[in-house]
Design a protein around this ligand. Structure first.
Ligand SMILES: [Zn+2]
Length: 354
């Protein structure tokens, strides 16, 4: 019944109750499970500038760099220095220093400021059996800093093919090895994997859905966040996209799997019509503990850029009941990241580096 009442057009009453629901519990509007402090060339705002952008709106942020550095190939691009992966035919390469950059930024903050960040490890090659060792080494070099890994990418439109060497795969033992380590250490795993190939045939089964499910099943003790619900810039939601996601949410074998709704490119689908918003809202109402808001802001230059996706989702916030909205904006983040912080700190004290 609740769902029928709230998943409809915005009324003055629901607006008032939503506002009341927010102010009772916190003065912040959201936590953000998906923020890149840097762009593809490791540049971006300082972490203090990000704090200013968060101001009174965002309480906590899962923050990370970008593992894939865009090469500036003078042979290819001349003086046109590319800053984005789509702006050059030159390759991307794994840039592990991004983790040290994030750790040092975090360590430059006061304890109170640090409490508002959950740094994530991203600078590893998921097709390398040694990736797990990189993650362990980062934890031991910077104890007390990291909460999870990601966002890292296996299959991603336009990106996977730009990385020299072996193409990442969901069936790679190297991925299993690094996820097994995350399970042991308690690290949250934020993974980007397109559910399908770009420009797939309508009606065909999404290319990577079964492989993702198998991966989740192989790692039942890892807390996963599947970024963007598997969508991308051109990997559009098919008619049954939400039904496929619901099949995962409904299955007790996937209780450890959560979804973020981040990225402007993804929000655009879910706010493209009242029906699209209401379908997502109805699904979230049925599984209120399994969705997290994320912005996917990448090196935001100002507060408006940082807040863009949160604002873009206004129709969604207006379609959820106050309690569900609060969980997606704030509560689910706190539950998942707080649990991970505790576990990772425990692992670190049991495994000192020196
Ligand atoms: Zn992504």
């Amino acid at each position: 019944m609740k769902q029928l009442i709230f998943v409809g057009r915005l009324t003055v009453l629901s607006l008032l109750s939503a506002t009341a629901g927010r102010s009772q519990t916190t003065t912040y509007e959201f936590n953000d499970s998906h923020v890149h402090l840097t762009n593809n060339i490791q540049e971006g705002p300082t972490i203090r500038e990000l704090l200013t952008m968060m101001s009174g709106k965002a309480n906590r942020v899962a923050v990370f760099g970008i593992p894939l550095q865009q090469q500036w190939s003078y042979r290819v691009d001349g003086d046109r220095a590319p800053t984005y992966y789509l702006h050059s035919d030159a390759p991307l390469y794994y840039y592990s220093f991004t983790d040290a950059l994030i750790a040092m930024a975090y360590k430059s903050l006061t304890k109170e400021q640090q409490a508002r960040f959950d740094p994530m490890i991203t600078g590893f090659n998921p097709s390398d059996m040694y990736a797990a060792d990189h993650i362990r080494r980062v934890l031991q070099t910077f104890p007390g800093v990291f909460t999870g890994i990601g966002e890292f990418t296996i299959h991603k439109e336009f990106v996977s093919a730009k990385i020299p060497g072996e193409v990442a795969s969901l069936q790679d033992p190297a991925l299993d090895r690094l996820l097994a380590f995350c399970g042991d250490a308690g690290l949250v795993v934020l993974i980007h994997n397109d559910i399908d190939v770009p420009f797939a045939k309508e009606g065909a089964k999404p290319a990577y859905l079964d492989e993702m499910k198998d991966l989740f099943k192989r790692h039942p003790n890892v807390t996963f966040i599947w970024a963007h619900t598997g969508l991308g810039r051109v990997v559009r939601p098919t008619k049954d996209h939400l039904a496929l996601i619901e099949a995962i949410l409904r299955d007790p074998a996937f209780q450890h799997v959560n979804f973020d709704i981040s990225w402007t490119e993804v929000a655009k689908y879910f706010v493209s019509s009242p029906e699209a918003t209401q379908s997502l809202a109805a699904l979230i109402q049925r599984y209120p503990d399994r969705f997290l808001f994320g912005s996917d802001a990448a090196a935001p230059a100002n507060e408006a850029q940082f807040l863009q996706v949160f604002t873009q989702y206004d129709p969604l916030w207006n379609s959820l009941d106050p309690e569900t909205s609060r969980k997606v904006r704030l509560g689910n983040y706190e539950r998942i990241f707080d649990a991970a912080r505790r576990k990772v700190r425990g692992w670190e004290s049991a495994h000192p580096a020196w």
